[in-house]
Design a protein around this ligand. Sequence first.
Ligand SMILES: O=C(O)CCC(=O)C(=O)O
Ligand SMILES: [Fe+2]
Length: 322
Amino acid sequence: MESDATSRDPGGSNPAGVSAQFSPRFSPQFIPLPAGFGVEVSGVDLSRPLSEDEFAVLRRAFFDHQLMVVRHQSLTPLQFSAFAGRFGPPEPHVIDQFHHPLDPDILILSNRREDGKPIGLADGGTYFHTDYSYLDVPARATTLYSVEVPCVGGDTLFADQYAAYDALPEATKRLIEPLLAIHHYGNRQDQNEKSRTVASVLTDEQKAKMPVITHRIARPHPITGRKALYAVSGSSFGIVGMPDDEAVALLDELAAHATQPRFQYSLRYGVGDVVVWDNASLLHAATLTHPDDPRTLWRVTLKERAAPAAAVLAPSFAGAGM
Ligand SMILES: O=C(O)CCC(=O)C(=O)O
Ligand SMILES: [Fe+2]
């Protein structure tokens, strides 16, 4: 497991006997969301830098609840990026044409067009997936800041992969325990580049940078140690040592199990909401909205610190016939 530098008792005294540093402006209240995972936090202003002790309170709530929503914030790009960076090292997205001009760690998600040109990535992640599962060191957390909310829809769906793993029959748990899924950039269930639910299309240059790697299917969470089903929908295209048709059938069966409505929560955004999700224990999917109903969010993605059980099978998936 990755070491957890923060105290398990962030609100209490520390071994040096120095009292924890909390500002009078930091009085977090936590309201669990109705899904069995996720928590809404109020009483926090993310525009000012949080002390180590304050951040430790939020970090702990985040790993306990998998999804954290802090409503009604008012942030500049750099304030948002500074808060996001507390969760881990930021990794700019391979789609570099929509990096924020003030900070390349921010990817602009938007369907808005100005002077006929898109200002951001539209229809990103409109299928269940988890971020950067196609990299050997995948994403620990993704943070979004909601700039513009459409009149209709625009929710992000989340599916709890701790619960999905726990609900598997024991025989399936034994079957998948040793299995390594083969991942590369893409959406296994839709590879038509004209479709709105394909993985956002890369240029040839971007494709050349994307490797073929493996991750465990029953993957222990790098911080909590708890096992979750990992990326059975999205970037998983095969299983090491298994014929392709059998592997895809098993992955499809696991994906259907993992994305059942009983494991899902649909998050509705308001302007100014900051959302952080745990990529090791959740799948998520954007929902399709009307192209003329503007929706804009900023996104910063933070990587894990290590690559447990990942292997690089090829430096690029481009031209690999997959
Ligand atoms: O736009 C959304 O709702 C989520 C998009 C997505 O998959 C992501 O930002 O990782
Ligand atoms: Fe995503």
